[in-house]
Write a protein that binds this ligand. Structure first.
Ligand SMILES: C[S@@+](CC[C@H](N)C(=O)[O-])C[C@H]1O[C@@H](n2cnc3c(N)ncnc32)[C@H](O)[C@@H]1O
Length: 248
């Protein structure tokens, strides 16, 4: 069953507008790290997608794709990729990166707010792989549950979702400056005061969130695996990658 478009409360719309401003001015920050992050995917993303074992040409969507680093990596691994992001500047940068990539199967990048993304055609709606890294934590609870459900609604039968976040020892959620949580933050000349919403999940709260949503969407027969890793750039930060596989 497709997810319905998500209607935001006033508070959620306010938060979302703040997030949009922050990411619109963060393109150079993501571009500066793109090469290193692309290479890092050999250690992080490749083992996960190899274990999933999808055939070349499998369809993937990268939700909140920013400048397209992970989308390009998936395309390089043989996936047919759609990247979506609400930021026009991120999408322009992703398209430019795709043009310069030399890939013959360049990802398709679409500027789109994920909350209102309801493709009608099944071939545009269902994907073998749904990737959402550092995305769900941008949405205040309980909206994070709706977002997680919407992500899973795009997984084809037999397909999988990889949903990732950094995790913390204590659970909290608030509007935060990118600097507050030890993020390197926006590039030179960009205001330090920029804030965006950030849920700090613990490993348990993030796993429980994804597990509850997957159980309600897919019933008892889905499989779920959790991978944890240390952030290569910020060694005190831990990532949690939850892989949910939808039954046929
Ligand atoms: C923290 S960045 C993560 C980027 C990338 N996935 C990564 O791991 O590097 C979050 C991205 O999600 C995008 N974003 C935020 N809210 C969105 C929404 N409602 N719909 C689509 N994209 C959104 C932002 O523009 C930003 O590029």
């Amino acid at each position: 069953m497709p997810a319905e478009p998500i209607v935001l409360t006033t508070h959620e719309a306010h938060v979302s507008a703040k997030n949009e401003v922050v990411y619109e001015i963060s393109v150079s920050h993501y571009q500066e790290r793109a090469e290193e992050r692309y290479a890092g995917n050999d250690q992080w993303l490749k083992p996960i997608i190899s274990a999933l074992g999808f055939a070349p040409g499998a369809r993937a969507v990268d939700v909140g794709c920013a400048v397209g680093t992970n989308s390009l990596y998936l395309a390089n691994q043989g996936y047919s990729v759609t990247g979506i992001d609400s930021s026009p500047l991120m999408i322009s940068a992703a398209r430019a990166a795709a043009r310069n990539s030399g890939l013959t199967n360049r990802p398709r990048f679409v500027r789109q707010d994920f909350c209102t993304w309801v493709p009608v055609e099944e071939h545009e709606r269902l994907f073998d792989l749904v990737l959402a890294t550092a995305f769900v934590h941008l949405f205040p609870a309980p909206l994070d549950r709706d977002i997680t459900d919407a992500l899973l609604s795009h997984v084809a039968p037999g397909g999988a979702a990889i949903i990732s976040t950094t995790v913390e020892p204590l659970h909290s959620q608030a509007l935060r400056s990118k600097h507050d949580d030890d993020d390197p933050g926006p590039g030179p000349g960009q205001p330090l005061s920029q804030v965006r919403w950030r849920n700090n999940y613990t490993r348990e709260t993030f796993r429980n969130l994804v597990e509850r949503v997957a159980a309600s969407r897919f019933g008892p027969t889905f499989t779920m695996a959790e991978h944890t890793s240390l952030d290569p750039a910020r060694s005190q930060k831990q990532w949690s990658d939850i892989v949910v596989t939808r039954p046929f």
